[in-house]
Design a protein around this ligand. Structure first.
Ligand code: SAH
Length: 609
């Protein structure tokens, strides 16, 4: 699935000229964006949808059907077109305006809640243009206060959002009172942010809670509700939805809890088809988790009942199910019993440590190329910009700093922590976040992709959840080859000399086969401080099968600041420095050096073995 559609279930673009269509069509095709064009351009444009007559009329028809609309028009024209249609930033689509060449991509409306800012940043990465964002929080390098909880599935509560946004824009102190939910969003705020985590003595406040807090009209307050409350429910057969709902509402009111903080419902398996319960779950979009009596019986509850135990085989339904699904040891609300003419309901509430996000996460395995940011594919750039979390080795994260957007969670790891990194990425994606795992070069060539897949398979991954997408990158061998000409023009292979994960006798066997087979050979991990002999043995093996003047390239830190390129020969290669940042390319028997270029003939001018 396209990165853009991770954020937006429906997008359309409107292109009035053939140049605009040319710019947008490839992107629209691969991302499933509907591309509208005026009917007089019909003949030139496959895979587009035409509209007849006035654009204003067409726009009126499609306005509420799309989450985001991309216009290729003058900004002024778009402002006039959309003015009569704008209603409310909660329901209006995000509006993006861009020029015909895709150089400037303006987030015009719906920047925060509509996701317009993220959309324009992702489009800019895909089209190679610049996102134009004028929102105050973006210029402070902060996520909008009305979107901070979005990645975690938090629900927005009451409050004066405009006043709090204004306080942030003016860099006034804003207290953050966070009682529940993930604090990951706090870890990567810019240095001069205005949030105060220790005090409540401020006029502007962000309260992150599962309580039903009354807004103080004297202050500028907003409420976010992480979905941490699981409602355990037991009921008599046939109890209608409204009775269950009323019981739930009464409980939440009495205990001062916010229904916006509800993660979902839990009950016993025989109630999986209980109509009132199913209707309530469907209507409110709550997950309904069910457990067997045996599972529930193992949960220690404050109010077990022998009557219930006799009836259904467990001493508790509501309390046990709430505790079980929330993985909690104590309840927020003990069993409440409601009886009416139409049925009877029991309700208990437990709080989970991690909020329920309510969507499945994505795992992007991204190759960021050898070093220079220009050598990352546009698709990989868009994925990095879209992700909720970016994980990687610190040095690589620095290289892609300019692709990050405000509000992303960035986790830096040491180079040795590969397993920890993979496990973390998987657990965040399983939780529901979109996670970009970055590797240098290509993620699937001695990179993190393989490890992540291996870890997933040990966890009985079904191949679909979390969804995984691999974004190819330019591997060190290709970048090095490009610097020195065309050394890989014939059959080639790559061999890593690191025996940390591969036995040395296997590596040696492959070296011998490659040498004998006359493959052009790229050696990765050629030498470390402690492992100095392998490169010497490799040189000896190749010397048995190739002439001493066979060209060899030693390319160090390719496309990084300290890049160093040495063209030498098989005989002399060991006289030059070779380290862990070097890739070694050994030519085949027909590879030639011409001035400072290394060329392997393909055979067009005659095959020369
Ligand atoms: N996934 C990476 C390879 C990681 S293994 C890729 O596809 O490029 C690490 C080895 O790759 C290093 O020991 C070195 O041999 C090579 N390497 C990685 N980046 C390099 C660079 N910029 N210049 C030269 N060699 C590099």
């Amino acid at each position: 699935m396209s990165i853009l559609l991770e954020q937006f279930s429906s997008l359309c673009a409107i292109a009035p000229t053939s140049k605009a269509i040319k710019t947008l069509q490839p992107l629209c095709n691969r991302s499933g964006i509907t591309l509208f064009v005026p009917d007089d351009l019909e003949n030139f444009t496959p895979n587009t949808v035409t509209y007849k007559g006035k654009l204003s009329q067409h726009l009126e028809e499609i306005w509420s059907q799309y989450q985001g609309i991309i216009f290729v028009f003058a900004t002024g024209a778009v402002v006039r077109l959309i003015a009569p249609l704008l209603q409310d930033k909660k329901s209006d689509p995000a509006v993006i305006v861009m020029d015909e060449a895709g150089e400037n991509i303006v987030s015009l409306c719906g920047g925060h809640q509509g996701g317009g800012e993220t959309l324009s940043r992702c489009l800019a990465q895909e089209l190679g243009g610049k996102a134009i964002i004028t929102g105050a929080s973006a210029s402070l390098n902060l996520p909008g206060i009305d979107v901070i909880g979005k990645p975690f599935g938090w629900r927005k509560g009451k409050g004066n959002w405009t006043a709090v946004s204004r306080a942030i824009a003016h860099q006034k102190p804003v207290a953050v009172i966070q009682e529940v939910g993930s604090t990951l969003w706090q870890n990567h705020l810019p240095e001069n942010h205005c949030f105060q985590f220790e005090t409540r003595e401020t006029e502007a406040q962000v309260i992150i809670t599962d309580r039903a807090v009354e807004i103080n009209p004297q202050l500028s307050q907003v409420l976010w509700h992480p979905r941490v409350l699981w409602v355990g429910i037991g009921c008599e057969r046939g109890t209608p939805q409204n009775v269950i709902q009323e019981a739930l509402e009464t409980t939440f009111k009495e205990f001062g809890l916010s229904e916006s903080a509800i993660a979902g419902l839990a009950t016993i398996d025989i109630k999986a088809d209980e109509l009132g319960l199913v209707e309530l779950a469907t209507e409110q979009n709550y997950p309904l988790k069910t457990y067997t009596p045996e599972e529930l019986n193992l949960v220690r509850v404050p109010n077990p009942s022998s009557v219930v135990a006799q009836e259904v085989g467990t001493a508790s339904v509501a309390e046990a199910a709430a505790l079980k699904v929330a993985q909690a040891s104590e309840l927020v609300v003990n069993k409440q019993i409601f009886k009416s003419d139409q049925g009877a309901v029991t309700i208990a509430v437990a709080r989970s440590r991690n909020e329920y996000i309510g969507k499945s996460g994505q795992l992007y395995l991204i190759g960021t190329g050898p070093g220079d940011i220009n050598q990352i594919t546009p698709a990989a750039r868009a994925a990095i910009t879209e992700a909720d979390v970016i994980l990687g080795y610190g040095l690589y994260l620095d290289l892609i700093h300019s692709l990050q957007r405000p509000g992303q969670i960035i986790e830096r790891y040491a180079i040795t922590e590969e397993k920890k990194r993979a496990e973390r990425a998987i657990s965040l994606a399983n939780w529901g976040l979109n996670v970009a795992m970055v590797s240098s070069g290509d993620a699937g060539i001695y990179g993190m992709a393989g490890l992540v897949f291996e870890e997933l398979t040990t966890e009985n991954w079904d191949g679909k959840t979390p969804a995984v997408e691999v974004f190819p990158g330019i591997t060190a061998m290709q970048a090095a080859a490009a610097k020195i000409g065309a050394p890989l023009m014939h059959d080639f292979c790559a061999i890593s000399l690191s025996d940390l994960l591969t036995p040395w006798n296997v590596i040696k066997k492959r070296l011998m086969a490659a040498a004998e087979g006359d493959f052009i050979t790229s050696l990765y991990n050629p030498r470390s401080r402690s492992r100095t002999e392998h490169i010497k043995i490799a040189q000896q093996i190749f010397s048995k099968h190739r002439p001493p003047d066979t060209p060899v390239a030693l390319v160090r830190s390719v496309s990084r600041e300290d890049e160093q390129i040495t063209l030498t020969t098989l005989q002399e290669m060991l006289d030059h420095p070779i380290d862990m940042l070097t890739v070694v390319i050994i030519g085949n028997s027909s590879t030639r050096q011409h001035h400072h270029w290394m060329i392997t003939p393909r055979g067009y001018l005659g095959f020369q073995p």
